[in-house]
Design a binder for this molecule. Structure first.
Ligand code: UDP
Length: 326
């Protein structure tokens, strides 16, 4: 991954919530490589110790196991940070429907707790919002100025609405209390360390294709997603965190849009699999289309994704092939 230049280049005391999760573990790894001191917090509900096992014991890394939905742990409240990254949350439709109250609380209450902590420490805080804020979008591709089309009481609302609240909270603490905030809207991201039972489309299809099981395309598969490889996403995060003050949401995602059916065929081919493609029921409120407009990220951060879908999928398939021993 390309080196990220940090203004001043000084060592930071960093808090990463969700450090044992998919994005959190990749981010933590990068922050350690950059020489920072990282305190990670994770409930291990959707994250996994295995994701950070290779850095446990690192002299600049410490993992606190705690559920932020129950409040900030004392070990975190006692520390001072320069940077706070709030990434903790179930993030797959399967995951957040299983953990509805926790999803609400970790994105709403824990966000407030962390904004208060940022104010107390004088830390800059980055909150992980989502393309789900656009709901089932009527504008395509989605620009940050689009307000979205979200069902406030639907099956995804614990996630969509708590992330929208997270954004509102970050803006309020910035405007009223001058907290130095950054908001990212993450579009579908994939790569190694997504949990095998996570349910998100890339890992579900890879697992099914490698095992020769039916590949479950929900609905007719004409719905679209735009997939970003994890290394590109994390590079965007780091640039946004260290960007000159910009407090409004920024889309970080890959505009390379693909239908779910096309993706199933592509993954099957890349895995060299004979799996049958089986159509199943489309879950309620599944967005019809999703694609980021990244004009702002390009102008503000000089960021754009560099890893082509085929390359990213091949790297990801390789990881799961080893993990599954196939
Ligand atoms: N999907 C699918 N089969 C699966 C898992 C997901 O067809 O086994 C579809 C899902 O209906 C959605 C898209 O893939 O249209 C992306 O789903 P995912 O759970 O990855 O995340 P979302 O973008 O919906 O939050």
């Amino acid at each position: 991954m390309a080196e990220i230049q940090i203004a001043g280049g000084s060592t930071q005391r960093v808090l990463v919530t969700g450090a044992a999760g998919f994005l959190g573990s990749h981010l933590t790894e990068r922050l350690l490589e950059m020489g920072h001191h990282v305190t990670g917090v994770d409930s291990l509900i959707t994250g996994a110790r295995e994701n950070v096992s290779h850095i446990e014991g690192h002299p600049r890394f410490k993992l606190v196991t705690a559920d932020l939905a129950r409040g900030l742990p004392q070990a975190v409240r006692d520390e001072t940070f320069d940077r706070i990254w709030h990434l903790a949350s179930p993030a797959s439709p399967v995951g957040y429907v299983k953990q509805q109250v926790i999803t609400l609380k970790v994105n709403a209450i824990a966000t407030i707790d962390l904004l208060e902590l940022a104010e107390k420490c004088g830390a800059r805080i980055f909150v992980a919002s989502t393309s789900e804020c656009y709901g089932d979008p009527l504008e395509h591709p989605q620009k940050e100025t689009y307000w979205g089309n979200v069902n406030p009481v639907g099956m995804r609302s614990m996630y969509d609405e708590s992330k929208r609240f997270m954004e509102a909270a970050a803006m309020v603490y910035h405007r009223e209390r001058s907290v130095d905030t950054r908001i990212v809207r993450i579009f579908n991201t994939y790569g190694p360390r997504l949990a095998l039972d996570d349910g998100r489309v890339v890992v579900a299809f890879i697992k099914q294709a490698l095992k020769g099981e039916p590949m479950t395309v929900q609905g007719d598969g004409s719905q679209t997603r735009s997939l970003c490889y994890v290394d590109d996403e994390i590079r965007g995060f780091l640039l946004l965190m260290e960007s000159p003050a910009y407090h409004m949401p920024v889309n970080i995602g890959n505009p390379d849009e693909v239908s779910v059916l096309e993706l199933a065929h592509e993954i099957r081919e890349l895995c060299g699999s004979q799996s049958e493609i089986r159509h199943t029921v489309l879950p309620p409120d599944d967005p019809r289309q999703r694609c980021p407009d990244i004009t702002l990220a390009k102008a503000l951060l000089g960021w754009e994704p560099t890893i082509l879908r085929r390359e990213g999928l091949l790297r990801t398939i390789e990881y799961y092939r080893k993990k599954l021993g196939i």
